[in-house]
Design a protein around this ligand. Structure first.
Ligand SMILES: Cc1cc2nc3c(=O)[nH]c(=O)nc-3n(C[C@H](O)[C@H](O)[C@H](O)COP(=O)(O)O)c2cc1C
Length: 221
């Protein structure tokens, strides 16, 4: 698989098989992903991977908070809030494409909530990873983490491993701080669940389109 194929075939996957990815494969991906570029080569990223018994422990601890009615408390503001204009429209289109595929009606609050909660079940993935950077860093440094994340996901794609980047995983940082090994002073920007896709899962039929080149770029000469 070349880079073009990896970019074109990577898709956000939300239904996984329980089979773990071999540790050596995860290690190999990290060995390569660390060559992602960053501002002044600061490499501000840290990826805390949680698997096996700890993964279930983490899920349970997050649901203790959710079931107690704790509201999301991300350290960095969520990327999904305060959107306006075309960005709000695209967010709606994304949500309705997602709910539509799952047969969930617009006014089905319970159905939508159940789908949302799957975020903190890591969509059934055997591995979940938290991407963090020093809390004192500014949003420009988040670019580096984004580049690292895409590099990581494309390398997984190349190996037949699927992933789901999740801003939602920054919403309840307390349990992740306790169970995952997140460096002192770091805060979670987002997470990524990964593993082998369940190709029979309806949720994996979700397809998202993109704006044409004329909309997302301009060229002056
Ligand atoms: C930074 C970031 C945060 C995201 N957060 C979530 C999330 O919390 N839950 C989720 O189901 N998908 C999440 N997504 C997946 C996007 O919805 C998805 O990338 C987008 O709809 C395009 O679809 P595609 O990745 O299949 O091409 C996130 C993606 C990114 C890059």
């Amino acid at each position: 698989m070349d880079v073009t194929q990896a970019v074109r075939t990577r898709r956000t996957t939300r239904g996984f098989l329980p089979d773990p990815v071999p540790e050596a494969t995860i290690r190999e991906v990290l060995e390569i992903a660390r060559y992602a570029p960053s501002n002044s080569n600061t490499q501000p990223w840290h990826l805390a991977i949680v698997s096996g018994a700890a993964r279930q422990q983490l899920q349970d601890a997050i649901f203790v908070e959710i079931n107690a009615g704790v509201k999301p408390y991300p350290t960095f503001p969520s990327g999904g809030v305060g959107l306006k204009g075309v960005y709000k429209e695209r967010q709606y289109a994304c949500a309705y494409g997602y709910y539509g595929t799952m047969g969930i009606e617009r006014d089905d609050i319970q159905g939508r909530r159940e789908l949302l909660l799957k975020n903190w079940q890591f969509f059934g993935a055997p591995h979940v990873a938290f991407l963090s950077m020093p809390e004192t860093m500014h949003r420009a440094n988040a670019i580096d983490l984004g580049i690292f994340l895409q590099t990581f996901m494309l390398l997984l794609t190349e190996r037949g491993i699927s992933s789901c980047p999740q801003g939602a995983l920054g919403s309840y940082p307390g349990p992740a701080r306790e169970i995952a090994q997140i460096p002192e002073g770091n805060a979670i920007l987002c997470g990524v669940s990964f593993g082998y896709a369940d190709t029979d899962a309806k949720i994996n039929e979700v397809r998202m389109d993109r704006e044409p080149v004329e909309v997302i770029s301009s060229s002056t000469s």
